[in-house]
Structure formats: structure tokens, C-alpha cells
Design a protein. Sequence first.
Length: 194
Amino acid sequence: MSKSNLQFTDSQFIAGLKANNNEVLNALYKKYYNLVLKLVVNNNGNSEQAQDLYQETIIAVFENVQKEQFELNCQLQTYIYSIAKRLWLKQLKKNGNTFLFKENEDNDLVDVTEDLQYHNEKETNILKMNSSLGLLGEPCKTLIQDFYIHKKSMDEIAEKFGYTNADNAKTQKYKCLQRLKKYFFDKEIEINEE
């Protein structure tokens, strides 16, 4: 996997982490550090704390990726940011600084109490979506992931799954989404926490 450190795709990063590839790990350290640095510095932290937090974040990502059932259901950047944010919010809360949190580009202040509640609900929904995707089965699960996560076009999906054209793939995607919604909104669904 000899590439410039920013040219790995999300799947290559995940495969490299699973294989314990040092080149991939080093590339990952470099690629998303500024994202975490900005999060910390904008929210009562400094660059030293950002380095510590990033280290913790990458360790958490690495440990999660090693789990057999791990599946990345969003962009890697989003996944890393959400772990870093959760860890930093915990740190701020521990220090009694959680009342204000800057997250958006304009550095608008966000009420962290509401933000923590929102984050917890979002995390529950992500876990519920993962469980729902698991119940969905093939080819729907892969079709949904190819379109929404891997950003494949309908033409690519039609070719991959052997549909006669993009319209047929779109129809199948619609049917899969209807089933996914049914599972997601089923109150009895079990959430598989990783």
C-alpha cells in the first residue's frame, strides 16, 4: 500500500487498520489531525490537549476496526470527528466546562446540554440503523451502502447487481429503503452496541 498518505480511500484506511499496517496508521494520524485540533482549540482547549485527544481517538478507531462485526456506515472523517467530539465533551464535562461548545464554521456557541442529548440520540439512531441494515439482508444492504455511503451512481449499481438499467436499480433501491424504514421504525428492534 505505498501511497502518499492522503490518497488512501476510507476502505483502504479500514483494511490497513485491520491488517495493522503502520503506513496506513501514520497516514491516518496526519490526515485528520487538523479536524480534531480545530474542534479542541475552538472549545476551551489547546494544541497539546488536541494531540492527546487525537491519540485517544485514533486508538478508539483502531480498536473498533479490529472488532469482527465492525462496519463503517458513514465517511471515515465523520466517524473520527464523532469519536473525537464525544471524547472531548466528556473531558469538558469532567472539568465542568460543558456549558458552551463551538462547532460550526461561524464559531456559534451551542448549548452543550442540548448537544449531548442530540449526540446521544444520534448515536442511538446510528446503532439502530446498523441493526436495521443487518436485518435487511442482501442485496438490499449492499445496495443501500453502495449508494449512500460509497456514493456509487445508479449506473454502477445497476451493473454491479445485474439490473437492466439505472431505473430498475432505482426502483430496487426504493423498495430496499421502504424495508429499511420498516425495520428502523420497529419499536422492538434490538440495538447492537459495539
